[in-house]
Design a protein around this ligand. Sequence first.
Ligand code: FE2
Ligand code: FE2
Length: 280
Amino acid sequence: MTANEQVLQQLETVNFPTPPTIVVRLVQLLAKDNVTAEELGAAMALDAGMAARVLHLANSVALGGSTPVESIPEAVLRVGVDGVRDLVFALAMVGAMRPAHFDYRPFWRHSLAVAFTAQALQTRALNLTTPFPETYAAGLLHDLGMLVLDRALGERYREVLDAARTTSRPLVEVEHEMLGTDHASTGGRMLGIWRFPPLLVDAVANHHHPWVSGQTVTQLVHLADFICNHQGIHHGTGFFPQACERRVWDELGVDAEALPQIVAEVQTELSRAEAVLAAA
Ligand SMILES: [Fe+2]
Ligand SMILES: [Fe+2]
């Protein structure tokens, strides 16, 4: 058996945690056009501590506003049902999924920043008529495969991260060379096993090669990843940015002049990411 075949076998048998029940329910809700506050409340009831954590977050820097938020309906009024849904999604995922061989904080900070940036780009994509409710979740989960590889390969994956760092090369390239696979396809595969919607699977599996499927959410995540990495908000494992496809900007219809504004929003959003990290 070759070393790469061994890697694939380890990935087949990895004992990776299933997503929290609340996340599975939220993924189902993402497929709907309009989530109601009642549906969101029912999902939150699946996690005893969730409402308290959302309120805690609402009263830290996260949701802004001057008057304290004392109930979930008030939080919904402040940021909308979708805003609370995304917050719950983030809290549940960050709380449940932690790497063993690298620091979870920069990893999840990057993931949260990409989620927000993808959403910010979505509102500015002139060629996009209706927004995709899955965009935030796709951004949040885009590098999930790194957690899977970390869990499945342990020290061997740390060597891959070290090699990418010392050779200053894009991680996906080094992963392919040393493992015969990469975190994008591994993450997509895990989401497929979890029976997440094809749109989310595609965004995760192809975020480094968005032209493979040409799906809008995949393109949004690719561009958001590029912007965050160039802002220095990377996953903290010695990342070296990959180039961004010019045609992605063009296909989405994102005006490059909007970039400074997006970057400013991403920087502001980092305080929310820190608050999520602290509360998860
Ligand atoms: Fe990635
Ligand atoms: Fe990334």
